[in-house]
Design a binder for this molecule. Structure first.
Ligand SMILES: NCCCC[C@H](NC(=O)[C@@H](N)CCCCN)C(=O)O
Length: 518
């Protein structure tokens, strides 16, 4: 068969980097609010419920079908045009939000609130369709190759955006105004759109090659009109129903919590919003140096290890690698103990370690799905871990159990997405993936709308007798009930993953089989 651009590994990964920049910037904008919740409340004069309303507004247009419409448009217009239009929409929404908090439309609370919500609504439509578009692009380039790993790395870029947004936003707002944090996040989206424009050249070229070699092209996909019968077939497919419901319930338990996690740590365990005595830059410097050091050691280890002849390695090499990597990791923690001791008492920085951890774990689990399969089982384990995480963070009060809860949450947040998104591409044909992901994201947005707002509203409600003390900073929010409510979502997720495994056995999509076929 004639080769196309996607048969070159280097080009596949380059394309992944180009399109993932959009995920990095839009996830940054989506999640950086969590790092400055307290500051936003003080500067804009809003309550927890109103903060929840702004976060929840990201989903307002999506709950009434905007992503499905976006997915259908994507399936008809193709990646290039849809990417530009919806990427541009997310940029516009971000600019409006930034202008709102800068007081461009007026500096009274209700004007700021209305325009912040307007910006988030537009941003929400754009970012979700961008996410569908990026996922479909990965399928186009990686199907039959390392698709789960590519999706996991792509999610890793997004998580890096989430983590950095949460961790850096308080520093950007440190001058006493939240406005720079908003402008910076909006500019990032603009820069990533430039990367997407570069990608368009590769997309044009591969489509030309695919049509020359008789493979179905974007153009042919576009010509196929969206048929309602396809949509009906999709939403009556048992495996698709379970995976879509799992997507809704699982993400409702995770994304909203991230928007409150820094505040939870500050209020429950007495963490702070400010950094300690050592100074940001000294700490940042030692973190970068320490990380560079560990990479050099790993490189030396990798190189010397690859020189050992195969016959000598046998089974001992796995144990040896594990031991060396553990020692290096402990050394890393030891060298950076000052950095960690300051970070682990800071709410936004500690919370940012959750998405940060997933950057490492999601590709590891993605690679396992590629090579060994077990996607449905991994989704069950991930959901069960969520239950443990939320019990630790709600009914118990010990800070070490809190850390353990955060680690479990990070692992769950890596396991389920790493297994879920490639699994959809097994259940649904490539030219209907836009509609399938769009449907899943719509359900997900229903859940997010309820829980982004619901946590804030419930928080205000269960703390209603001490709201004035909380405002005067003489009392703290009690997060027990809102987090316990999320543990229940974990139980439902585990059940849905189990039902998915059963449905797959009947329908034979092979979700438990390895993904690499070429
Ligand atoms: N290849 C990407 C697959 C989707 C990953 C998934 N993203 C979503 O669910 C988005 N609808 C919402 C993103 C919100 C960002 N905080 C994910 O796991 O991130």
């Amino acid at each position: 068969m004639q080769k196309t651009l996607r048969d070159s590994a280097a080009l596949r990964w380059l394309v992944l980097i180009l399109i993932s920049s959009l995920l990095f910037s839009t996830y940054w904008f989506y999640d950086f609010y969590g790092g400055i919740k307290g500051l936003m409340e003080r500067e804009m004069g809003i309550s927890s419920e109103e903060y929840g309303r702004i976060m929840s507004s990201t989903t307002f247009a999506n709950v009434i079908g905007m992503i499905i419409l976006g997915g259908i448009i994507l399936d008809r217009w193709g990646i290039r045009l849809a990417g530009l239009v919806f990427g541009g929409l997310s940029f516009l929404g971000a600019i409006i939000s930034a202008a709102a908090v800068a007081g461009w439309f007026g500096d009274d609370k209700s004007t700021m609130l209305i325009w912040s919500i307007t910006g988030r609504v537009l941003f929400g439509i754009g970012m979700e369709v961008v996410c569908v578009m990026v996922t479909r692009t990965i399928v186009k380039w990686f199907m039959g190759y390392e698709m789960a790993l590519a999706m996991a790395l792509n999610i890793g870029f997004g998580r890096l955006g989430t983590a950095m947004g949460m961790a850096v936003a308080p520093d950007l707002a440190a001058g006493g105004s939240i406005s720079p944090a908003f402008s910076f996040a909006a500019i990032l989206i603009g820069i990533s759109l430039v990367f997407f424009i570069i990608y368009i050249f590769f997309d044009l070229k591969i489509d030309k090659q695919r049509s020359e070699s008789g493979i179905v092209t974007e153009g042919e996909v576009d010509e196929e009109k969206f048929r309602f019968a396809d949509f009906r077939k999709l939403i009556t497919n048992r495996s698709f129903i379970y995976i879509a419901l799992l997507c809704m319930v699982f993400y409702s338990a995770v994304f909203p919590l991230l928007a409150y996690a820094p505040d939870l740590l500050v209020n429950k365990y007495g963490f702070s919003y400010e950094m300690g005595s050592q100074g940001e830059f000294a700490m940042f410097g030692s973190a970068v140096l320490g990380t560079a050091f560990i990479f050099v050691l790993l490189l030396i280890f990798g190189l010397s290890f690859s020189m050992i002849p195969r016959s000598l390695k046998k089974n001992g090499h796995k144990l040896l690698s594990f031991m060396v990597i553990s020692v290096l990791f402990l050394g890393y923690v030891y060298i950076l103990r000052d950095v960690f001791s300051e970070w682990l008492v800071n709410g936004p920085k500690t919370a940012s370690l959750i998405p940060m951890g997933t950057i490492l774990f999601t590709p590891i689990f993605g690679s396992i799905v590629d090579k060994r399969g077990k996607a449905a089982t991994l989704m069950m384990i991930g959901s069960a871990l969520l239950v443990f995480a939320y019990l630790s963070l709600s009914v118990f009060n010990h800070v070490y159990l809190g850390y353990l809860g955060l680690i479990s949450l990070g692992i769950a947040f890596s396991l389920v997405p790493a297994a879920m998104w490639p699994a959809v591409a097994r259940i649904v044909a490539e030219n209907r993936l836009g509609t399938a992901y769009g449907t899943m994201f719509t359900l997900q947005n229903w859940g997010l709308a309820a829980f982004f707002w619901g946590i804030g509203a419930l928080l205000d409600f269960v703390n209603r007798h001490r709201l004035s003390d909380i405002e005067a900073e003489t009392a703290a929010y009690d997060y027990t009930i809102p987090v316990l409510m999320l543990a229940l979502l974990g139980v439902i997720s585990a059940w849905l993953a189990y039902k998915l495994k059963q449905a797959d056995k009947l329908q034979g999509y092979g979700l438990e089989n390895p993904g690499i076929t070429q």
